[in-house]
Design a protein around this ligand. Structure first.
Ligand SMILES: NC(=O)c1ccc[n+]([C@@H]2O[C@H](COP(=O)([O-])OP(=O)(O)OC[C@H]3O[C@@H](n4cnc5c(N)ncnc54)[C@H](O)[C@@H]3O)[C@@H](O)[C@H]2O)c1
Length: 450
C-alpha cells in the first residue's frame, strides 16, 4: 500500500508504507543548513546523507555525545577531539555533550542503573529484581539532563542559522546497551549464540534486566527524536516566519521488502529487541506530523555498520540487493557490481553459490514463520538462530578476506542511495513513516549510475 491510497494512515499499523516514486524535488541549496543529530562514523547511514547535503552546498553542523571522565561524568570534547570531529564531519560541531540514556545517571550518592546491573551474575540475572521507583528517578534525571543539553545546543545552533534558510535536522541516534559485564555475555548469546550457546531472547524480555534495557533503548533511539523536535521549536518558528522550511528525518528499522523468488516480500532480521524503540520512534514522527511538523522516519534496509556487528546475520537480506539491481533495469553498472562482488570470493566459490544459500535461507520453513509484520519484533528461536548465524558464517567463509565482504560493498551502495532518497524526499515528504525497500534503493542507484 502507498500513502496516497485511502486509509494509509491506519493501514500503516498492519503493513509497511513504501516509498514507490523516486523523489524529484530538492529544496536544499547553498547556505541552507544540515544538522546531524548524532555522531558520524565512516560506514554509518549518516555518511550517505552528509555527502548528499554537502553536494547540495549546505552548511554542515554536527553535535557530539560528549566523552566520559573517569568518574563517569560527561564532558564536552577537548580541543584535539573537537578538531578531529570537525575534520571528520567537514563542518562545525556544537560542543555540548548530548549522550542519551540513563544507564549512568542517578541521584547523588545513589547507584546508577549500570551499577545495579553489575551486581547481577550469569546465574542470578533471570531472578534478580530492580527497584523500579529508583530506576524511574534515574530515568527522569537522564531525561532532564538530555533536555537541558538540547536547550543549550539549540541556543548555540540558533546563531548558525540565518533567516530564510532551509534546515534539515537528521536524527541518527540509536543505542542504549549499558556497559554491564553480565549483559555483554548475554548479548553475545542472544544475538550470536547457536547450538549449545543459543539463548532465547524472550528470557531477556521477561527479566528485570531486559525491561531496564528496553527502557534505555526507548530513551536513546526514540525519545531523543522528540527532544530534538521540541527543543528546536523556537528555531523552527523563526526560520519558518522568515520564509525558510524545516524538516526532520530519522532512521528507522521495521523489516525490509527484498526480492525473494522473483517478487518483493517483507522480511526482517530476528531478534531485533530494539524494535519496540523503533516503533516508538515511528509514533513520535506521526504525532509531530499531526501537529504540522514535517518529521519522517525512514525505515531503512539492513546494512553492516559499527552498530550492527553484534547482530549476526543481519546482513543476509542485503545480498539480495544484487537481484534488485538487475530487476530494476540495471545495465552495465549493475553488472559491474555483480563482477565486483564475484572478485571478493575465494577460489572454488561462485556468486551463484552465495545467492543460492540466501535463497535456501529465505525459502526455508523456519524463516517463513518470521515473515509476520503484525507480530514484529518476534523473539528468536533455536532453529532460526542456528540457520541464520550458520548461514552468515558460511557466507563469510566463502570470501577471500573477512575484512572485504560482499556486504561491505553493498552497504556502501545502500548508504549512497539512502542519502539521495532521504534528502530529496525530505524536500517534499509524503508521510511520517516511509520504508525504503530494495526496489527504490536499486532504482535510485541505477539512476545515479546510468
Ligand atoms: N545498520 C542498519 O542495518 C540499520 C538499518 C535501519 C536503520 N538503522 C538506523 O540508522 C541509524 C544509524 O545507525 P548506523 O547503523 O548507521 O550506525 P552508527 O553506529 O553509524 O550510528 C549510531 C548513532 O547513534 C549515536 N548514539 C549511539 N549511542 C548513543 C547515545 N547513548 N546517545 C546519543 N547518541 C548515541 C551515535 O553517535 C551514532 O550517531 C540508527 O538509528 C539505526 O538504528 C540502521
Amino acid at each position: 500500500m502507498t500513502f496516497d491510497q485511502p486509509g494509509w494512515h491506519t493501514a500503516n499499523m498492519n503493513s509497511p508504507i513504501s516509498l514507490k516514486q523516486l523523489p524529484q524535488t530538492n529544496i536544499f541549496r547553498k547556505g541552507d543548513v544540515f544538522v546531524l543529530f548524532g555522531e558520524l562514523f565512516g560506514r554509518g547511514y549518516a555518511s550517505g546523507l552528509v555527502n548528499e547535503a554537502r553536494k547540495a552546498g549546505m552548511d554542515i553542523v554536527g553535535i557530539t555525545v560528549g566523552r566520559r571522565n573517569d568518574d563517569n561524568t560527561l564532558r564536552p570534547l577537548n580541543d584535539d577531539e573537537l578538531a578531529a570531529a570537525e575534520a571528520n564531519l567537514g563542518g562545525r560541531i556544537v560542543n555540548v555533550p548530548l549522550m542519551a540514556g540513563f544507564d549512568l545517571d542517578a541521584p547523588a550518592g545513589e547507584p546508577t542503573p549500570t551499577e545495579l546491573l553489575n551486581k547481577m551474575t550469569l546465574k542470578s540475572w533471570e531472578q534478580d529484581r530492580l527497584d523500579w521507583a529508583h530506576i524511574e528517578k534515574c530515568r527522569a534525571l537522564g531525561t532532564r539532563r538530555f533536555q537541558a543539553a538540547v536547550a543549550e545546543a539549540m541556543a548555540a545552533l540558533d546563531g548558525l542559522i540565518g533567516d530564510g534558510r532551509n534546515v534539515l535536522f537528521a536524527h541518527t541516534m540509536a543505542g542504549g546497551i549499558p556497559r554491564a559485564k553480565v549483559f555483554m555475555v548475554i548479548a553475545n548469546r542472544i544475538y550470536k549464540g547457536r547450538g549449545e550457546r543459543f539463548m532465547p531472547s524472550q528470557a531477556l524480555l521477561d527479566s528485570d534486566l531486559g525491561k531496564l534495557i528496553l527502557q534505555n533503548f526507548d530513551e536513546v533511539s526514540a525519545s531523543t527524536f522528540q527532544h530534538l523536535i521540541e527543543g528546536s521549536a523556537a528555531i523552527r518558528a523563526r526560520v519558518e516566519a522568515s520564509g525558510g522550511q524545516v524538516r526532520y528525518s530519522a532512521y528507522g528499522y521495521h523489516g525490509t521488502e527484498i526480492l525473494v523468488d522473483g517478487r518483493y516480500q517483507w522480511q526482517t532480521y530476528t531478534n531485533y529487541t530494539q524494535g519496540y524503540a523503533k516503533m516508538r520512534l515511528e509514533r513520535i514522527a506521526r504525532a509531530a506530523w499531526d501537529t504540522g511538523v514535517k518529521a519522517t522516519v525512514y525505515n531503512c534496509p539492513e546494512i553492516r555498520t559499527n552498530s550492527t556487528d553484534v547482530f549476526a546475520g543481519v546482513e543476509l537480506p542485503l545480498i539480495s540487493l544484487l537481484h534488485a539491481l538487475k530487476h530494476e533495469g540495471g545495465g552495465a553498472w549493475a553488472e559491474s557490481q555483480w563482477q565486483a562482488c564475484r572478485a571478493l570470493l575465494a577460489d572454488g566459490h561462485t556468486l551463484e553459490d552465495v545467492l543460492q544459500k540466501i535463497a535456501d535461507f529465505q525459502g526455508s520453513e523456519v524463516m517463513q514463520g518470521f515473515r509476520d509484520f503484525a507480530a514484529w519484533p518476534q523473539p528468536n528461536s533455536q532453529a532460526q538462530a542456528d540457520l541464520q548465524i550458520g548461514t552468515s558464517d558460511d557466507i563469510v567463509q566463502m570470501h577471500q578476506d573477512r575484512a572485504a565482504l560482499i556486504t561491505d560493498l553493498l552497504s556502501s551502495l545502500v548508504l549512497e542511495a539512502s542519502g539521495t532518497l532521504i534528502l530529496r524526499e525530505a524536500s517534499a515528504p509524503s508521510g511520517p513513516v516511509l520504508w525504503l525497500n530494495h526496489d527504490i534503493v536499486a532504482r535510485q542507484l541505477n539512476q545515479l549510475h546510468a
